[in-house]
Every structure is written in C-alpha cells, then in structure tokens.
Design a protein around this ligand. Structure first.
Ligand SMILES: [Zn+2]
Length: 152
C-alpha cells in the first residue's frame, strides 16, 4: 500500500478497478477497461471531489479532513455510495488517517484487502483478486461483489 495512492477524498486508488486493470494488464488480456495510475499520480487532485471543490482542485489541502466543512454533503454522498456498493467508507478512512496516522491506515488496508490465496490486493469495485479471479471477470465483465447489491 502506498500513500501516494490515497486520494484526498479517502479513496485508496490501489483498490480501484482502473488502477488494478492497468497493473494486471487487463487490456492485453482481452478486456477493455479504463486504466488510471491513481488520482494523485495522474495529476488530478481528486477525481471524486475536485471538480466541485476549489480547495481540492487548487491543491490547498491534501485530505478532505483538513477542510472546515469535513465531511461535506458531497463527500457524504460519495461515502454512502461506496459503503453501499463497494464495502468501504471514505469518511472512515479519512478519520482513521487523521486520528491514527497514515502508517497505521496503510497497514490496516493491506490486511483488509489482502487476497487469501495469492497475497495480492482485492479490488473494492468488484470484490475480486485480478490474479485469482480473472476467469470470473471474463465470464461476466460487469461482475460485482457476488451481485448481492441491487446494481445501478
Ligand atoms: Zn489472489
């Protein structure tokens, strides 16, 4: 886990399908996935929040918890979507980083998202390890977390 992959909104880009698709070379294996090196590495202050937040867009703050409005309405909406569909919470992540530090957070993330079979990193967007579960993704390119959530 890498601090540079922790976006201002609390997203861990290491878990993102666009990051993992690039890392795993999915487009060389017959997939057509958008790839991304991570919000900060690609020069976007924050994909989720930066377009509507001046403080983030201009790089005045590194993390949303440094803002007086934390957690703002937009972050709460994003957080609810990710809690519901992707088994993670931006606000919980940010609160952990603020209160316990980045090293502790990165260690915790590595434990939570570790693939029990190969030691790789599970993707938060589909619940799969792109080493071990590629066949499942091949059979259903829109596969997501056993499809237990109601789509959309
Ligand atoms: Zn694995």
């Amino acid at each position: 886990m890498d601090e540079q992959l922790i976006a201002p909104c609390g997203m861990n880009c290491r878990l993102c399908i666009a990051y993992q698709a690039g890392l795993a070379g999915l487009n060389q294996k017959g997939f057509r996935k958008t790839t991304c090196p991570g919000c900060l590495p690609r020069g976007k202050h924050c994909l989720h929040m930066g377009d509507q937040c001046t403080q983030l867009a201009t790089g005045q703050i590194r993390y949303c918890f440094q803002c007086a409005s934390f957690p703002c309405r937009r972050l709460k909406m994003l957080d609810r979507r990710y809690r519901t569909k992707y088994h993670m919470s931006m606000i919980a992540n940010l609160t952990w980083i603020r209160d316990r530090g980045m090293a502790s957070f990165l260690e915790r993330e590595a434990g939570i998202w570790r693939c029990s079979r190969c030691g790789g990193v599970i993707c938060c967007h589909n619940g799969l390890c792109l080493n071990c579960d590629l066949q499942r993704l091949r059979q259903n390119k829109r596969y997501r977390w056993n499809e237990t959530d109601n789509g959309a």
